[in-house]
Design a protein around this ligand. Structure first.
Ligand SMILES: *Cc1c(COP(=O)(O)O)cnc(C)c1O
Length: 427
């Protein structure tokens, strides 16, 4: 099936007489007739639901839909995008291990990798998003457990060159984990370019309507853990599960099984059924929304590039943008998603005047829903970062992040043009 059809149909296929629409299974638990059946579930010897922290039918349907869209073998629904990345890191690392990440990752991920994981004994080595193979290899040692990047960096806008990361990871038997939040599977499927695990903040385009915070881990099922010395936790028995071996006993879905059975069990960062339902419904129109977000964003980026109150604009869909070649190489139909950043003249003050003059665009700590919005990261999401960290993240004090919605393009352009003109008056 095509991606459009998967958006609408995958994940839930009701049988005779069952509800047409995916039900919200708002239940913590599930009944069984015999203690033996329950015991088999606990031993992971049979599939089924027993407690919603570990699995829930509504969340399960969403996991299947997104796994199908990405071409993966299993999904693990999480409470948020941050939970998805945390669980992924914990599934792969112990204290003493290290990871490599591009320095331009989302601010929350940068904090997790740079500050919080080190407190658990996991070191992160940050690299430039344009690091060469040699530069990446120089960071790898026997304790390195994965390489992490974002398909489109939020909000530095770098588009990943998967061929570089993919080749290095393959050569070193190392997992490639990709945050595909801003591209979504409608624009890019990182598993096709060498990724092994894909993570999402489903809060963004997958939900698409700003209703639900959620996250997803997709297991690509394309990595051989068994026999790979880098991953002792996948090769040695799990004593908290009667000696099961994740690299051997669960076919291609060993990673997703371990993430769920050990870390979802212990961290309890599961997605709520209602959020899974709303996200599931949102994805039905993902294939209509992403082209529209991309078209509107391209028109806005073109306008900004011509506006004399704008210092610079970054959008991978612009022919003049340094990321354009990667958009052509990895993204479907030249779509480059709905986020645009630009530097306004007049610095921090100019950015503030601009935001105050907007009418259609609202100021929100969010991106990627149907409604257009803006944010000034230096005074909001990224205000905890030092000036040096801001530069490492690719963020300047006059950077405006625009999330272009699916309204009429003329209305979008008119609002931004008007606010730019108002902001200019103060220069
Ligand atoms: C928002 C976001 C996250 C974090 O997701 P939450 O659902 O807010 O926890 C992670 N990565 C990217 C690229 C994001 O945009």
């Amino acid at each position: 099936m095509h991606e459009e059809t998967k958006c609408v149909q995958s994940g839930y296929n009701p049988k005779n007489g069952e509800p047409r629409v995916l039900p919200i299974f708002q239940s913590t638990t599930y009944v069984y007739d015999s203690p033996e059946e329950m015991a088999e579930l606990f031993d992971l010897k049979r599939e089924g639901f027993f407690y919603t922290r570990l699995a829930n039918p509504t969340v399960d349907a969403l996991e299947k839909k997104i796994a199908d869209l990405d071409g993966g073998v299993a999904g693990v629904g999480c409470a948020s995008g941050m939970a998805a990345t945390l669980l992924t890191a914990c599934t792969l690392c112990r204290a003493g291990d290290n990871i490599i990440s591009t320095s331009t990752v989302y601010g929350g991920t940068f904090n997790l990798f740079g500050t919080t994981l080190p407190k658990l004994g996991i070191e992160c080595r940050f690299v430039s998003p344009r690091a060469t193979k040699e530069e990446l290899e120089a960071q790898i040692d026997d304790k390195t457990r994965f390489l992490f990047c974002e398909t489109i960096a939020n909000c530095a806008m770098y588009v990943a060159d998967f061929s570089v990361y993919g080749e290095v990871c393959k050569k070193h038997g190392l997992l490639l984990v990709v945050d595909n939040t801003l591209a979504t599977p409608m624009i890019c499927r990182p598993l096709e370019y060498g990724a092994n695990i894909v993570v999402y903040s489903t809060t963004k385009y997958l939900d698409g309507h700003a209703t639900s915070v959620g996250g997803m881990i997709i297991d690509g099922g394309n990595f051989e853990f068994y026999g790979n010395k880098r991953y002792p936790d996948f090769n040695e028995p799990d004593e908290s599960y009667h000696g099961l071996c994740y690299g051997k006993d669960f076919g291609k879905a060993g990673f997703a099984t371990k993430a769920r059975a050990q870390y979802m069990r212990d961290f309890g960062a599961q997605m709520a059924p209602l959020n899974a339902y709303l996200t599931f419904l949102g994805i039905e129109t993902l294939h209509l929304r992403m082209p529209r977000h991309s078209e509107n964003a391209l028109r806005l980026a073109e306008m900004l590039a011509e506006n004399d109150n704008v210092e610079w604009v970054k959008y991978g869909g612009l022919k003049t943008d340094e990321n354009y070649p990667y958009v052509q190489k990895y993204f479907d139909k030249g779509m480059a998603s709905g986020m645009v950043t630009f530097g306004i003249k007049g610095g921090r003050e100019g950015a503030i005047r601009f935001q105050k003059a907007l009418k259609l665009f609202r100021i929100v700590t969010h991106i990627a829903d149907s409604k257009s919005c803006v944010l000034h990261p230096a005074s909001s999401t990224h205000r905890q970062l030092s000036d040096a960290d801001l530069i490492a993240c690719g963020i300047s004090d006059n950077l405006i992040r625009v999330s272009v919605g699916i309204e009429n393009a003329e209305d979008i352009l008119a609002d931004i043009e008007n606010a730019l003109a108002e902001a200019k008056k103060g220069n």
